[in-house]
Structures are given as structure tokens and as C-alpha cells.
Design a protein around this ligand. Structure first.
Ligand code: PLP
Length: 361
């Protein structure tokens, strides 16, 4: 079996060059005679690698000095709870923009720790578009405003950073981080599970404005407190050393690709190619999302007759196109086009879709 084109929503494709380098270094990392997974995070080699990964990320994302970068664990889901624990005090409220599955879950998981104000929601529109900005009921006294720039399951994406008023803007960027240049200074906190666009699961990347680390939040154990993780350089306890290492390789790979500007251009072209194939199929394939809200990362589509789904999935897999099945809650298909998915993969998918439509009329 050779490598396939992998459209998995997550854990997702990694750059082949990153996997090959990790393979080369598996038994003898950095002249140490052992794998990176087999040595202390307190050792000189690991600390140097960890610092380099952070420096590369800072350079890629142009992260200002008044932001801390944390390499955490627990998945994005754990931080749905941990963010309000850290940023909201007793009696505080926070604004949530609900635009799909993940932002709805972030809002519901926050409820034990903060008064959740759903400031806007597109649930009534089945999340086929974004909540229009002029409908947002923002509370100037909110502890923060949370939103999800790219909804991985529903396939909607905010293009541009929305104006969110005085409260710090908190963004779950699990499925779009590093996909384009970003003005980090617009945010109070950015977090992302690694397994979509960074590296293996089990690692969460967080970029947090340092003044927010001063907030008392709720009573909690030290292990949950972001200020403690920042003070310990994300080594309060044993970090996900393997995840941190692979993330560092991905950051180096992104720099070698020309950085986030180059990735943005590549990602735009990939998404455009696929949406054009869907829209130009005469109704054979359909994407239900309002065009201005379509995700560049996660492209949903249905076939004109759901009875063809099984054949589509079976034949696409046989052609070497992996993981096109849509999320079980929505059905249909989904192609995830993260950074590590090359343009050739999308070209192969589009060619298969044309061929399938011809053969199955
Ligand atoms: C995948 C995903 C999550 C969940 O991440 P876990 O690491 O599994 O907790 C949360 N938010 C978004 C936007 C996602 O894509």
C-alpha cells in the first residue's frame, strides 16, 4: 500500500516531509542515540528543541512579545472548560457566538464556570451561514467573547476577524490555525487542538495575551491554571514531548514553504478548485453553505442522490482518496483541505468526481 490522498477531518494528514524526517530521527534524535520520546523534557536537547519550536511559531505568526505561547494537553475540548475557569470570576458572564457544532459545544461546556450569553447564533439557519454581525448582542462587560473561526463539521468559516468590542476575543482555531496570516494582536486568546493543522493529537497550542494570565478566575488546581503553565514554560508537568517535536517540524516545514502568505494562497486555490467543481456539476454535487461563509478548510458536499453515497465512498477509496465520508450528524461528504493536503490531492479528487458523475449519470 502506498500513500493515499488523505482528506481526513482530524486527526488529519501531516506533511510527508515531516513524517519522513520524524522517521529518519526515530531511533537517534539529534545525535542523542535515543528517540525524542525516550528522553527527559528537562534535558538540554529537548529544551532547545522546544524553544526553537516556539521561536519558529512566533516568526510564522508574527506573535507580539506581550503574548505567551503554551504547549498544553487535553484537546480543545478540555479548554472549552478551562478557558472560563481561567478568564471568568465568580458571577461573570461571557459572550458566545454560536455558528456550528464546535462553538455550540464550547458554549455548553463553559456553563458550569461562567454565565454563558449566546450573543448570536445561526442554529435556526441550520448553521448554513454565519450569524450576521449586526445581530450580535455583545455585552461590554463580558469577561470575553468566544467564537470559532472555522466550523470543522458544518463547513462555515469567518473570513476576516470580526469586531468584538471591548472584551478580549477568544478563538478556537483548531481547524484553521496557520492556514493564513493573522493579526494576533486582535485576539486575547487563541487555542487549537494540534491534530488538524499542526501535528498529532494530544497537544493543544495556546497563544494568550499576558495580561489575561493575571486574572484570578475560579478556584482551581494549579494544573488547570494557564499562568502556572506560562511561568513553567509549559513544563509544569511532563508535556506531550512527541507532539511538541512534530509541531516543531511542521513549523519548519511551513517556513520552508514560504510561510503563511504562501499557505493562504495555496489554500485559497485548493478550495476554489473544489467549490468550482461542485458548483459546475449541474447539480450532481451540491454544497449547501452560503457562498460568503464557505470554509476553505472543510468542504461539505452531497450527491444529487444519496443512494450513490456508498458507491462514491467505495470507489474513491479504491482510487486512493481517503476519508471523504461526511460527519455522521450531517451525512454526505466532506473533504478537509488542511495545509498538509497538496494541490495535487484536490486535483485528483476533482478528476474523480467528474469521472464518477459521468459513469453513474
Ligand atoms: C476537532 C475540533 C475540536 C475538538 O478537538 P479535541 O482535540 O478532540 O478536543 C474543537 N474545536 C474545533 C474547531 C475542532 O475542529
Amino acid at each position: 500500500m502506498s500513500r493515499v490522498w488523505n482528506f481526513s477531518a482530524g486527526p488529519a494528514a501531516l506533511p510527508q516531509a515531516v513524517l519522513e524526517r520524524a522517521q529518519r530521527e526515530m531511533l537517534d534524535w539529534n545525535g542523542s542515540g535515543a528517540s525524542v520520546m525516550e528522553q527527559s523534557h528537562r534535558g538540554k536537547r529537548f529544551i532547545a528543541m522546544a524553544a526553537q519550536a516556539e521561536a519558529d511559531l512566533r516568526e510564522l505568526m508574527q506573535i507580539p512579545a506581550d503574548y505567551a505561547v503554551l504547549f498544553l494537553q487535553g484537546g480543545a475540548t478540555q479548554h472549552f472548560a478551562q478557558i472560563p475557569m481561567n478568564l471568568a470570576g465568580e458571577g461573570d458572564s461571557a459572550d458566545y457566538i454560536v455558528s456550528g457544532h464546535w462553538s455550540a459545544k464550547a458554549a455548553s461546556e463553559a456553563k458550569p464556570y461562567v454565565r454563558v450569553n449566546v450573543a448570536a447564533s445561526s442554529e435556526a439557519a441550520d448553521y448554513l451561514k454565519l450569524p450576521p454581525h449586526d445581530s450580535w448582542q455583545l455585552d461590554p462587560n463580558a469577561a470575553y467573547v468566544h467564537y470559532t473561526p472555522n466550523e470543522t463539521i458544518h463547513g462555515v468559516e469567518f473570513h476576516g476577524v470580526p469586531e468584538a468590542g471591548a472584551a478580549p476575543l477568544v478563538a478556537d482555531m483548531s481547524s484553521n490555525i496557520l492556514s493564513e496570516p493573522l493579526d494576533v494582536g486582535r485576539f486575547g486568546l487563541i487555542y487549537a487542538g494540534a491534530q488538524k493543522n499542526i501535528g498529532p493529537s494530544g497537544l493543544v497550542l495556546m497563544i494568550i495575551r499576558r495580561d489575561l494570565l493575571q486574572r484570578a478566575g475560579r478556584p482551581m488546581a494549579r494544573i488547570f491554571r494557564y499562568a502556572e503553565h506560562a511561568a513553567a514554560d509549559s513544563m509544569l508537568n511532563t508535556p506531550n514531548t512527541w507532539g511538541w517535536y512534530v509541531a516543531g517540524l511542521t513549523f519548519q516545514w511551513l517556513k520552508a514553504q514560504g510561510g503563511l502568505g504562501a499557505m493562504a494562497e495555496r489554500n485559497r486555490a485548493k478550495a476554489e478548485l473544489l467549490y468550482r467543481a461542485i458548483d459546475g456539476s449541474g447539480g450532481y454535487y451540491r454544497n449547501p453553505i452560503e457562498p460568503s461563509a464557505r470554509s476553505r478548510m472543510n468542504v461539505r458536499f452531497t450527491l444529487h442522490d444519496a443512494a450513490l453515497d456508498a458507491a462514491f465512498l467505495q470507489e474513491s477509496e479504491a482510487t486512493g482518496l481517503l476519508a471523504l465520508k461526511g460527519h455522521k450528524a450531517l451525512g454526505g461528504m466532506r473533504a478537509s483541505l488542511y495545509n498538509a493536503v497538496p494541490p495535487e490531492a484536490v486535483e485528483a479528487l476533482v478528476a474523480f468526481m467528474r469521472d464518477f458523475a459521468q459513469r453513474h449519470g
